[in-house]
Design a protein around this ligand. Structure first.
Ligand SMILES: [Zn+2]
Length: 249
C-alpha cells in the first residue's frame, strides 16, 4: 500500500472511531474515545504479545513516536480505561472501515493483484475463538462439554478474508459473530453464521467474482445452495476422516 493510500485508510479509521457512541459527557470525551480505539488497534497492528508489553513499548520514545506518527495517537489511555470505554460499543459500528479499505484497494487497482485461480478473488472462511473459559460465562456463550465433564464456554467469530497464494497479506472483510439467535433453541454454529454473512453481504460482494474456500464445517448443502443463490463460486473440502466416518469405509 502506498503512503498516500495508508494515510487515506487511517483517516477513514480515525473518522469512524471519532464517531463512536460515548455515554459520558464532557469536552475531551471525543479525543478519549479516538485514542482508546487507536490504542486498542495499535496493540494488534504492532503485533505486541500483550497489552502490558504494548504499554511498555509505548513508554519507550521510539514506540510512542511510531504510534503517534502512524495513527496520530494523542495519548494512549490505560488498559482498564480502554476496556471501560470500548466494552459497551457494538462491533457493527466499526464495520464501515472494512468497506472503505476494500473500496480504496479497488479504486487504486490493488485489489486486482489479489486475483488468482480463474481470475477470481479467493475468500477462505474460517472461525476463531476470541474468548474461552470454564469459569466465566455470559448469556451469549457457546458451550461444549469437555472429556473431564466440565463445560467449556467460548465466543467465536467467522472471519472471511481475501487471500492470494504466495502473498502473506490478506484483506479482512466484515466478520460474523457466532451467537445464540433469537427464537432458535439450537446452539448457533459457524455454518449458520456463514449463511447469515452471505444473506447479508452476498449482494454487496458478488460482483467482485469470488471463489469461497472452506473446510468440512462449511461443506453442507444449505450453505452450498445459499452460495449458488448469491452467485459465489466455491471449493468446500470434505476431509478424509469425515468421508470415512460417514461412509464407514
Ligand atoms: Zn459469553
Amino acid at each position: 500500500m502506498t503512503k498516500g493510500s495508508f494515510a487515506t485508510v487511517v483517516d477513514s479509521f480515525r473518522a469512524t472511531l471519532s464517531s463512536l457512541p460515548d455515554k459520558r459527557t464532557g469536552k475531551n470525551t471525543r479525543y478519549e474515545m479516538l485514542d482508546a480505539g487507536l490504542g486498542a488497534f495499535s496493540v494488534f497492528f504492532t503485533q505486541t504479545p500483550s497489552f502490558l508489553a504494548h504499554q511498555r513499548k509505548m513508554a519507550d520514545t521510539k514506540g510512542r513516536s511510531n504510534a503517534q506518527t502512524l495513527f496520530g495517537v494523542h495519548q494512549v489511555p490505560s488498559d482498564n480505561h480502554i476496556r471501560e470505554l470500548l466494552d459497551g460499543i457494538s462491533p457493527p459500528v466499526l464495520y464501515p472501515v472494512f468497506d472503505s479499505i476494500l473500496q480504496l484497494l479497488q479504486a487504486t487497482e490493488q485489489l486486482s493483484s489479489f486475483r488468482s485461480f480463474a481470475d477470481n478473488l479467493l475468500m477462505p472462511l474460517d472461525g476463531t475463538e476470541y474468548f474461552s473459559s470454564t469459569k466465566i460465562h455470559c448469556a451469549h456463550c457457546s458451550t461444549r462439554v469437555l472429556k473431564s465433564g466440565e463445560t467449556h464456554y467460548y465466543h467465536s467469530v467467522v472471519t472471511p478474508v481475501i487471500a492470494c497464494p504466495g502473498r502473506s497479506e490478506v484483506i479482512p472483510l466484515v466478520p460474523e459473530f457466532v451467537v445464540p439467535q433469537d427464537g432458535h433453541d439450537k446452539q448457533d454454529c459457524e455454518n449458520a453464521a456463514a449463511k447469515r454473512w452471505f444473506v447479508q453481504y452476498g449482494p454487496r460482494y458478488r460482483d467482485l467474482r469470488i471463489t469461497v474456500l472452506g473446510d468440512d464445517l462449511y461443506c453442507r448443502q444449505p450453505l452450498c445452495e445459499r452460495l449458488l443463490t448469491e452467485q459465489f463460486n466455491f471449493i468446500l473440502a470434505v476431509c478424509r476422516s469425515h468421508i470415512k466416518r460417514s461412509t464407514n469405509i
